[in-house]
Design a protein around this ligand. Structure first.
Ligand code: HEM
Length: 218
């Protein structure tokens, strides 16, 4: 595999990373609308970042094949759950090459095309190994979890409801700790930091609740 060629073209793409990822999904859905069904309910903006992060991680770690093997096998196992089938990998590969080509323009060469096709196929082969082997741990290599503003607002609404029902601040914190989002967050960033975020959410919720009461009483 021509690692230098890959890294060079990745450097060009990374200069316009966000734009590239957005174009990638635009091209995907325009040319293969049938795959849209897999992304129902997906936050595409977040998904764009995740996909790009994997490409950057993979291309930057081509020398550390053991690490990559585990990461990609587990990713492949999770893709079975997302409903992704073999044919979808060909579709994504086709769009990947087309999108890179449109970004590199006159810098695009047969050598780059071959290097990317080879790299993509290697990634897919490892993911498919994970898709057929269920002994992998699905969670140990997830991408760093970024506390999501949408999830925090959702949690705030839940907390507000409990507070309105007369529950104590401590009880609301405990309830939130059992929520799927905070469980996932806890596994990513640890209990202490998660509890800090929960405290913040509950504080904001109780503030909102106070304001709500003021408005309804006056
Ligand atoms: C090189 C191949 C691929 C890479 C590197 C990749 C990367 C990722 C990553 C990092 C995630 C985030 C969730 C997780 O870590 O489990 C994800 C989720 C997902 N991917 Fe892929 N993927 C690939 C191929 C595909 C293909 C071929 C499809 C189908 C066309 C697909 C559809 C999905 C869907 C539906 C999700 C779930 C989105 C959600 O959370 O709602 N992926 N992918």
């Amino acid at each position: 595999m021509n690692i230098d060629v890959l890294q060079e073209s990745l450097t060009i793409i990374r200069l316009r990373k966000k734009e590239f990822a957005a174009t990638f999904y635009e091209n995907l859905f325009a040319e293969y609308p049938e795959v849209k069904r897999l992304f129902v309910g997906t936050n595409i903006k977040k998904q764009e970042t995740k996909l790009m992060t994997v490409f950057v991680i993979v291309i930057s770690n081509l020398h550390n094949i053991t690490y990559l093997k585990n990461l990609l096998k587990n990713l492949g196992t999770r893709h079975v759950k997302y409903g992704v089938v073999l044919k979808d990998y060909d579709i994504l590969g086709d769009i990947l090459i087309k999108t890179i080509k449109s970004y590199l323009q006159e810098k695009w060469t047969v050598e780059i095309e071959e290097a990317w096709k080879y790299a993509y196929q290697t990634i897919v082969n490892l993911m498919l190994e994970g898709a057929t082997n269920n002994n992998t741990n699905h969670y140990d290599d997830r991408l760093p979890y970024i506390p999501s503003i949408v999830e925090k607002l959702r949690a705030e609404a839940i907390a507000q409801k409990y507070l309105r029902d007369g529950r104590s601040l401590n009880l609301v914190k405990h309830k939130l700790k059992d929520d799927y989002y905070f469980k996932e967050l806890e596994s990513q960033i640890g209990t202490a930091q998660t509890m800090e975020i929960i405290s913040d959410v509950v504080k904001r919720a109780s503030q909102k609740e106070l304001n709500y009461n003021k408005v309804t009483i006056s």
